[in-house]
Design a protein around this ligand. Structure first.
Ligand SMILES: Nc1nc(=O)c2c([nH]1)NC[C@@H]1CN(c3ccc(C(=O)N[C@@H](CCC(=O)O)C(=O)O)cc3)CN21
Ligand SMILES: O=c1ccn([C@H]2C[C@H](O)[C@@H](COP(=O)(O)O)O2)c(=O)[nH]1
Length: 284
């Protein structure tokens, strides 16, 4: 039994069978044809993955754009940018284009622009190095003053909290919790998870620590109404393939500076996603 795929499918079943829905209220997102994008959802989902034991949150039940997810992390935490042309030209990612703010070719003062404005990444790295057992190692992208200063989609995966832990043999591990207010489960669920695991692995390497436990709290975990067929297809795929190998993400390089890591330093082993690729209409 692949326990990571099983957790994914158990959550999908929980949303589809026991979840609440927003069918009776007005909602913000719409599909490109103007129809409101309603969801079924569960609240307060919490998951833990011990990376040091080879537990990586990625599924092979569908193709997950893990390379683009990691590149998006470089855009936010290395380039510290909100620039859509940079995202497209340097990384060939166009999936943020629908959220451009007022012809600015940016997503507003959000994500990378917020990291840069408060110098969050350097402060985090220096803080973990100088006081490993500190309990204040956090980056919060939820900055009300930025929301007042500019329009933009408020960050969904908005906070990380970091701790250093020593095990009984004396090895030091970096544990991290990602707090996410809202997650489009079938589109971005595993992109968000694996991209923050990659961030954790890079910070751990920079700070000469081992990557420990990745925890993910999601406050509203939802499936859009135009993704219900794909949800049933994923359940069917799991029933037919319950023992897929566990994919393993590896950061394979001699580099040690957070700002030097690049996509080619990562490998994802034992990863052969089931075809055909599922298509999703986005709520915008
Ligand atoms: N409704 C919604 N869902 C999201 O996941 C989302 C937003 N809005 N708004 C902002 C960003 C944009 N994100 C996106 C948008 C599109 C894809 C997407 O199209 N994914 C496809 C193709 C990926 C590829 O191969 O490049 C997929 O199959 O995962 C992924 C993340 C994540 N965020
Ligand atoms: O990294 C991301 C960015 C966005 N999402 C999804 C979650 C929601 O479906 C929408 C945002 O809409 P809100 O109405 O602001 O919640 O985007 C994601 O899952 N991951």
């Amino acid at each position: 039994m692949n326990k990571i795929d099983k957790l994914f499918i158990d959550n999908i079943k929980d949303i589809m069978e026991n979840g609440s829905d927003d069918f009776d209220g007005s909602v913000r997102p719409v599909y490109s044809d103007g129809t409101p994008s309603h969801t079924k959802f569960i609240t307060q989902n919490f998951e833990k993955y011990d990376l040091s034991k080879g537990e990586f949150p990625i599924t092979a039940l569908r193709n997950t754009a893990w390379k683009s997810g990691i590149k998006e992390i470089f855009w936010i935490y290395q380039d510290q940018s909100n620039d859509l042309d940079l995202l497209s030209e340097k990384y060939n990612i166009k999936w943020w284009d629908e959220w451009e703010v007022d012809g600015s070719r940016t997503i507003g003062i959000r994500y990378g622009a917020t990291v840069k404005k408060y110098d969050m990444m350097s402060k985090l790295l220096e803080g973990i190095k100088s006081q490993p057992y500190g309990r204040r190692h956090m980056m919060s992208l939820w900055q009300e003053s930025d929301f007042v200063e500019s329009a933009g989609l408020n960050p969904c995966a908005f906070m990380t909290m970091w701790s250093v832990r020593r095990d009984q043999s004396g090895d030091r591990y970096l544990d991290m919790t990602l707090v996410q207010r809202s997650n489009d489960y079938l589109v971005a669920g595993h992109i968000n998870k694996i991209q923050y695991v990659a961030l954790m692995m890079m910070v751990a390497k920079h700070c000469e620590l081992k990557a420990g436990v990745f925890a993910h709290y999601t406050h509203n975990l939802h499936i859009y109404d135009r993704h219900f067929d794909q949800a049933h297809e994923l359940i069917k795929r799991f029933d037919e393939n319950p023992n897929l190998p566990l994919p393993q993400l590896v950061l394979n390089t001699d580099k040690t500076d957070f700002f030097d890591f690049a996509l080619e330093d990562f490998e994802l082993n034992h990863y052969n996603p089931i075809k055909p690729q599922l298509k999703f209409e986005l709520g915008i």
